[in-house]
Ligand binder design. Structure first.
Ligand code: ADP
Length: 917
């Protein structure tokens, strides 16, 4: 209770931040507002208590106040007596009014926090720097100053000094790392600064809106650690050498005794001596491994390259292991290509790798198992040979797949631990393969045994790969980029994986659309590489789903196939490569994809079509200056080809062209649903009015007279692009024409009075889906539906058919009455096939989701379905909008009352049989 006040408006007082109390002559509380109770931490029963008693700290204050009030007979004066936290003012009116306020202001708090952070930064052993967008240094702690040899006093270190010493521009380095968490977007590198080795971690800093405002650089001095590692390696090498001599003499002596050179020995003695000899041999192998490792670490391992037959090498090594295989009843199978596979390599070193893989395989395969060795020449990116060794042992868990290649590492499972070893073999194998510019890794799935794969370039230098290869491997920041490869042909997949590994990516492999889909769902990658010829249509279906799911929609997808599929081209991030895949296009696609991953090239693409080279040059200059990407074609056929491949945002088109002329191209562009929204600006010769008219009639959005002014060109392009964006898209979601265009289209239909089918499509249960899976996923479903409609109409409809997005989950398309059944049923079939994949596997299997309705009652809501109703003017006259709208609404009501997807034409429900397409 607050009590009553003689002087204070109690209503207001409870809402102010300042504490207000009213005390009687005896200093007993008569009233206290809410703030006072909070500040004094008095609780609610404050009334009639003595002010002194509220808190022990208040006692001296109150005594002093009372003294002053009595002595000086203070009435309306204010007495300041300041406590550490609270400022308490006494004011004498009829009663005594006490005002309590917090002495700490917001600024003070900020200052305290700042000091804390500063103190923390300064006491850190790691150097910390923060820069802004211009790489200008904002913060630099003492440790960083020390590491970078900046004098303590110097506060503002210039950006130039920073760049000179560290040699990089942190902001530029991290710009556009588009990852979900800053943790993933960091770039870790080892750098040398002066005489020190530093581990640097550069992370982008974002503001609350998600814009990058700067970077944080953490520098850790790892010089000592590095030195330690080096010394350890020296130590290993010295010790190994030192061990080898006595061991040689032990071995030699044992041989002498065992060969009876120094007299006869009995069987028992022989058995023990043989044991000793065996151990001596094993010890020798360990020492060899240790020496190899230290040689590799110091870069002193010599590799003698010569042309060798890898088939022969593999067969020889396999032969050596036959005996131990037979002992365990293990079959070793070799699969090899018809022609002899050759590489440029070090024979002995490669034998060492095969020895290691085979001895591991035999070691880990249980009796009666099988080891399969495959030599393969990947059909893609040709100049490589691959070797895989697969066993039927316990396999290796996903988290150990990488670790087994580390020094002294063994799998953590107890069963495999029991099988002895030093854990050096695979580390050495990896060093050997990498010295050959190849790649080695392991694949394993639960209960499937382990498969080790390595790929070697056939030619002398690492795959006669062009400059891009070198360029891409060069600056390889260690961001964590995950790629998912889905390909039916394992050999090609292996080779692609080896190239991606080389670039520092993490790669998962799948061999079917279903498997790939599950893998991607579990852990969405940043790049997808997909073979479209997986099995009929499942590849395309997968692209379809992926490019609509909000988690994967914006990922770059590299697709390869024997035939370029028209249907998939509307998707924005697809990069297509024709099979057989060659190394150059693959690397090209990869670098484009990496660009997308790193920075997301959001620049607009302009297709410039003109046969006059000098004009193209001028336009290109001007457009590139305005930050557009320019794609050039010099004739009509080339223009059409580039149009399909690049999907430009705008076309600049000359009318007079060799081959197909500009007018015809514009007609093609405008009559195709997937390109009809692309604006076309014609470039016409001076003064030919006739041309201009023809140009606009052909569907041109604007024209420019040559020679044109480059500023005007840029301005026109910008305004058209802006307009198209606004006008054409009902929602940016589907990029389909919106209500304005739909109305226009229907008006035209009604005027012409030809036969038409007007089909309305509407999603069922989208709201519950949205509640359960969120807005982004619901949006993806809408986008996917739009694309299913667009593609089906494109495939089965007439070239003049129209598709529009009314709003939300309502779509419309207009076709000929005789085509509508087939299109509608095909849309439903495709919808029902694809959309369930937007649910997680459990819900998909159940066939419904459970959500609470408005009243909090749990309900089972069926999966998303689609209601399609079609109105034709075959049997009835359709004359105006209102009539159409009412008829459509009736049909929709009818459709909605039926669970699942339905198709209703002119009031009649048409059974959904699979249409013959
Ligand atoms: P070592 O075999 O001497 O321990 P390696 O470097 O050759 O050393 O292998 C490292 C580890 O990798 C092994 O200890 C084992 O745990 C795991 N490993 C290697 N090959 C296989 C295989 N074929 N099956 C299962 N695990 C394997």
């Amino acid at each position: 209770m607050s009590g009553k006040s003689l002087n204070i408006d109690v209503e207001i007082a409870d809402h102010v931040a300042q504490g207000i109390l009213e005390l009687d002559d005896k200093f007993r509380v008569q009233y206290a507002n809410r703030a006072a109770r909070i500040l004094l931490r008095s609780g609610d029963d404050i009334l009639d208590r003595y002010f002194f008693d509220l808190h022990p700290d208040l006692t001296p204050l109150a005594v002093e106040a009372r003294r002053q009030i009595e002595e000086k007979a203070l009435h309306n004066e204010i007495i300041h007596i300041e406590d550490r936290n609270l400022k308490i003012e006494f004011k004498r009116t009829e009663n005594i009014i006490v005002l309590v306020s917090d002495t700490v202001t917001v600024m003070d708090l900020v200052e305290v926090e700042r000091k804390k952070i500063r103190a923390m930064l300064e006491s850190m052993v790691d150097g910390v720097l923060m820069t802004d967008q211009n790489d200008e240094i904002l913060v630099m702690n003492q440790a960083a100053k020390k590491i970078l040899h900046v004098s303590r006093k110097e506060d503002s270190v210039t950006k130039k000094y920073f760049q000179d010493t560290l040699g990089f521009y942190p902001f530029r380095l991290t710009k556009g790392l588009v990852h979900k968490t800053a943790l993933q977007a960091t770039i870790k590198e080892e750098i040398k600064v002066f005489d020190k080795t530093l581990h640097s971690i550069v992370s982008p800093v974002y503001d609350p809106e998600g814009n990058q405002t700067g970077t944080v650089v953490v520098l850790r001095d790892i010089t000592d650690q590095k030195e330690m590692e080096e010394r350890k390696s020296d130590f290993l090498s010295v010790i190994s050498h030192e061990l080898r001599t006595p061991l040689a003499s032990i071995g030699g002596s044992l041989d002498l005794v065992l060969d009876n050179v120094v007299g006869a020995i009995n069987e028992k003695q022989r058995r023990y001596l043989e044991l000793a000899k065996d151990s001596c041999h094993k010890l020798n192998i360990v020492i060899d491994d240790l020496l190899d490792i230290s040689k590799f670490e110091k870069g002193r391992m010599e590799i003698h390259m010569e042309p060798i037959s890898i088939t022969q090498l593999v067969e020889e090594v396999a032969e050596k292991f036959q005996l131990s295989a037979i002992e365990k009843d293990i079959v070793i199978k070799i699969e090899k290509p018809a022609q002899d596979a050759k590489v440029f390599g070090d024979y002995n070193r490669l034998v060492q790798v095969m020895n290691n893989l085979l001895s591991n395989a035999i070691k880990f395969t249980p009796p009666h198992g099988e080891i399969e060795i495959r030599i393969f020449l990947p059909r893609v990116l040709s100049p490589h040979v691959g070797i895989s060794v697969k066993d039927t042992g316990p396999g290796i868990s996903a988290e150990d797949l990488e670790r087994v290649f580390d020094k002294f590492e063994q799998v953590r499972q107890t069963e495999t631990r029991k099988i002895g070893g030093t854990g050096l073999g695979l580390a050495i194998s990896r060093s050997i393969i990498e010295a050959h510019k190849g790649k080695i890794w392991a694949e394993s799935k639960p209960d499937e045994g382990a498969r080790f794969i390595f790929l070697l370039p056939v030619e002398k230098r690492a795959a006669a790969a062009p400059e891009i290869y070198a360029e891409m491997t060069q600056s390889q920041p260690q961001e964590e980029i995950h790629a998912s490869i889905i390909a039916a042909d394992a050999d090609s997949a292996y080779l692609m994986k080896s190239i991606l590994l080389e670039k520092g990516l993490h790669v998962s492999l799948s061999y079917s659309a279903q498997d790939g889909f599950e893998t991607i769902r579990k852990k969405p990658p940043q790049l997808i590489i997909l073979d479209l010829d997986l099995d009929p249509s499942s590849g395309i279906q997968l692209v379809d789903i992926l490019s609509h799911d909000s988690e994967t929609a914006n990922l770059p997808i590299i697709l390869f196939s024997r035939n370029e599929p028209e249907k998939i081209l509307p998707f924005p991030n697809v990069i297509f490569i024709r099979k057989p895949v060659e190394i150059n296009p693959f690397l090209h696609a990869l670098s484009t994809a990496m660009l997308k991953i790193r920075g997301g090239d959001k620049r607009k693409k302009i297709l410039l079509v003109d046969d006059d080279e000098s004009l193209r040059m001028i336009a290109r200059e001007a457009l590139q200056y305005q930050n557009y990407i320019v794609i050039e074609a010099s004739d009509g056929n080339q223009a059409l080809e580039l149009l399909r491949v690049h999907k430009p945002d705008l076309i600049l088109l000359d009318i007079m062209l060799p081959g197909i002329d500009g007018l015809k191209i514009a007609q093609i562009v405008k009559s195709n649903i997937s390109t009809s929204h692309t604006p076309v600006i014609f470039l016409t010769a001076k003064g030919q009015t006739e041309d201009k008219v023809r140009a606009l009639k052909a569907g041109g959005d604007d024209y420019l007279v040559k020679p044109f002014d480059s500023t005007e060109l840029a301005a026109r392009i910008e305004s058209i692009l802006d307009r198209t964006e606004k006008e054409l898209s009902a929602s940016p979601t589907t990029r389909l024409p919106g209500s304005v265009m739909i109305e226009k289209e229907i008006n035209q239909l009604l005027q012409h009075q030809s036969h038409f089918g007007l089909c309305y499509l509407d999603l069922d249960n989208l709201k519950s889906f949205n509640d359960a899976y969120g807005y982004a996923k619901a949006d993806a479903v809408v986008r996917q539906t739009g694309d299913i409609i667009r593609e089906t109409v494109l495939r089965l409809g007439h070239s003049t058919d129209f598709v529009g997005h009314i709003a939300g989950d309502d779509f419309i398309f207009i076709t000929r009455p005789e085509l509508s059944d087939q299109i509608c049923m095909s849309i439903i079939e495709r919808f029902d096939q694809i959309i369930p994949y937007f649910y997680n596997p459990e819900d998909r299997q159940k066939g419904y989701i459970e959500t609470a309705d408005r009243y909090g009652v749990w309900r089972k809501i069926p999966l998303l379905s689609i209601s399609v109703v079609c109105l034709t003017n075959e049997r009835q006259k359709l004359t105006d909008h209102v009539q159409i709208a009412m008829l459509a609404a009736d049909l929709k009501r009818m459709a909605k009352s039926i669970v699942g997807s339905v198709y209703i034409r002119d009031g009649e429900r048409i059974p959904l049989t699979s249409p013959s397409i």
